[in-house]
Design a protein around this ligand. Sequence first.
Ligand SMILES: Nc1ncnc2c1ncn2[C@@H]1O[C@H](COP(=O)(O)OP(=O)(O)OP(=O)(O)O)[C@@H](O)[C@H]1O
Length: 362
Amino acid sequence: MKLDKVQISHFRNINDLSLTAHESLNVFLGANGSGKSSILEALHYLGFARSFRTHKHKSVISHDKPGFTVFCSALIEDGIQQKFGISRLSNDSCIVNINGNKSSRATDLASYLPIQIFTPQSSDLLLGSPKLRRRYLDWLLFHVEQSFNLDFQVYSRSLKHLNALYKSYQPKQGLDYWNDILCQKGESISLKRENLLNDHLIHLINSNLKDFLPEFSFEISYYRGWEKGYSLSDAVLKNRQRDQKNGFLSVGPHKADLRIKTQGVNAHEVLSRGQLRMLVAGMQLAQTQYLHAQTDKTSIFLLDDVGAELDEEKRKVFISRLNTSDTQLFVTAIDIKQLEFLENYNDKKVFHVEHGQVREEI
Ligand SMILES: Nc1ncnc2c1ncn2[C@@H]1O[C@H](COP(=O)(O)OP(=O)(O)OP(=O)(O)O)[C@@H](O)[C@H]1O
């Protein structure tokens, strides 16, 4: 799916903006504070119902306005058009609109629009908590394996119940019931993540990294969240006494992690910041490649301030590899000089951003 028309209202310094996107490459140029990142941030709301810069929805609503709206039409195969929108009001309510049908569930949009983002904060994928690396795998499973979403929801619910029982004075009631569900769904989530990583992603990531970071070789592995040689239910039992004392379950796929090493050392302890970003770029590109190979979905890729993130050679490789993976790209830069190599790309639109307004270069 590719975005076609985009309308953004009352979002940060954007009062009212309309544009028709190019199906392949869109470049936004503008001075500091002109509104480039805000455009990407607004598009991010269509895929995640949240910002990539703040947890507070209120902060992105233009000062003195009651709420913001982001609306888009998107083209799927055979020229069929779909319409999506999201509004958030300052009282924190959320209205999602999918082809005219309203919903208050912000996540309903996510399955339609696979959006990825590369920003100055992207190296958090390697430097931040395991939650971010689990999300990396789960985003892909969510878009590729229909049953994953349900498994994940049921697992999260049973984990919540089990933790509540561990904290309560009557831990017996319902314990076996939620324990069985948790272990069954937990094993299934774990297997799906492991298969995705071992059978597909590792190969794609490594082949991207041969171009991106040829001087390194990487060992990528999945830690499933409990001890080797144990089933999840055995591991839960083994830890039960201690976990009940602490009031939460310490084993399971909610404790999983993706481990990336180079020559036996954690990659984030060896690589420079720029190299870490290239590693993240290789991982994100692998997501796009796998999504494209497994489904008829295409990813919408947002690249914020790419000039500040990567040197010219790396920028070139990353963008050209994304471009050949049939993604729809939205790229921001302060100056076209940072993206001079794009002059050779005929299939693109360039937008100049000033004070929250865009002017398309003709
Ligand atoms: N809630 C808000 N209401 C109105 N304006 C806002 C709000 N939040 C931020 N702004 C302003 O919106 C502008 C857009 O910022 P944005 O981060 O999109 O700029 P940018 O073009 O990406 O700049 P840079 O190149 O410095 O990253 C800034 O001038 C900022 O001060």
